[in-house]
Design a protein around this ligand. Structure first.
Ligand code: PMV
Length: 316
């Protein structure tokens, strides 16, 4: 699109946050996970032509793409990979990223930013971006950010329905027997997924058949069945059991535990940490807007940083 009088070519792309409902950490060892889109928490990217060199502007950095700090090198690698030098605007582009997703809270901020940039870049170049190519590009960026990611974030931020995910295998949209509200709250400090994954590996001695991993896998299967049946109270219990397993693996924190307890006291059907842990975020489940309101208030009173809700609609 060339705006009137403006010679710059501009294209935009967007993506959204995600929250892992159940299965974090165990997913690294081949167990299933359920992940939900947080469509209200968005990131947008804009690519514009007419610059002498490639430049990036985001909340953490403004400058040449060739000199980004380490935490943005994945994104720079993605752009390097997705950039077609013969394309229009080949001289230099400005990439601007605006994100509502807090960084480091297990909500998929890096994958969502990567997806938004990839979409904007391909639109800018007038080239179709098939889902498989989008995933490949996002995973290039994610490898820099997380080492050996399971790929769950890349999947989750590029799709709009709850997903059943098994590393390198299945990826299926999940049907809900009835609507639920998922409330996500940030704890006092960001998480540290890389450290948490290492900690879990140490705790289980790298043994994928270890009890907590197997138990988390079993709970994920149960959660999927409960979701399908619309059995939200049993689903809530499954989430609480998953939190206990994650705490046993050492990735919860006192504040995450407090927030989980505060949500349950306020009537949440279930609550657990979400994402890598060691800080980061938690989520809670309710089945009504009134329940959602009480839980949001309780989480705020218990010192949550930011709180969001998403309504996932049932099929019936
Ligand atoms: O990126 P986070 O914090 O949502 O955590 C990802 C989930 C883990 O299972 C802990 C790691 C992974 O790569 O799947």
């Amino acid at each position: 699109m060339i705006a009137g009088g403006d010679p710059a070519l501009v294209a935009t792309g967007a993506s959204h946050a995600k929250a892992i409902l159940i299965g974090e950490h165990a997913v690294v060892y081949g167990m299933p996970a359920l992940v939900v889109p947080m469509v209200g928490l968005r990131v947008t990217a804009k690519v514009a032509s007419g610059f002498p060199q490639d430049v990036l502007r985001c909340a953490f950095y403004r400058g040449p793409l060739s000199a980004v700090p380490p935490e943005l090198q994945g994104l720079a690698a993605l752009v390097g990979e997705g950039r077609m030098r013969s394309a229009v605007g080949a001289a230099g582009i400005l990439i601007t990223i605006e994100s509502d997703i807090p960084v480091g809270y297990g909500l998929g901020s890096s994958a969502a930013a990567a997806a938004a940039v990839a979409r904007a870049l391909y639109r800018f170049q007038g080239v179709d971006l098939p889902q498989s190519e989008l995933l490949r590009l996002v995973n290039i960026s994610e490898k820099h950010a997380h080492g050996t990611p399971s790929g769950i974030d890349a999947r989750a931020v590029t799709m709009n329905s709850p997903l059943w995910f098994i590393k390198d295998q299945a990826i299926e949209p999940v049907k809900l027997g009835r609507g639920i509200f998922v409330i996500v709250a940030t704890s006092a400090s960001p998480g540290n997924t890389g450290e948490a994954v290492k900690l879990v590996r140490k705790k289980i001695g790298g043994y994928s058949q270890a009890d907590p991993i197997q138990e988390l896998g079993r709970l994920a299967h149960e959660a999927r069945a409960m979701l399908g049946q619309g059995n939200v109270s049993s689903l809530g219990e499954v989430l609480v059991a998953a939190h206990e397993q994650l705490a046993r693996l050492g990735v919860s924190t006192p504040h995450l535990d407090d927030l989980v307890q505060a949500a349950l006291r306020a009537g949440a059907l279930g609550a657990k940490l979400t994402g890598g842990g060691l800080g980061g975020a938690m989520l809670a489940l309710t089945s009504s807007p009134e329940g959602q309101k009480s839980v949001v208030e309780a989480l705020q009173a218990a010192g949550a940083g930011q709180v969001w809700s998403v309504e996932l609609k049932g099929e019936h």
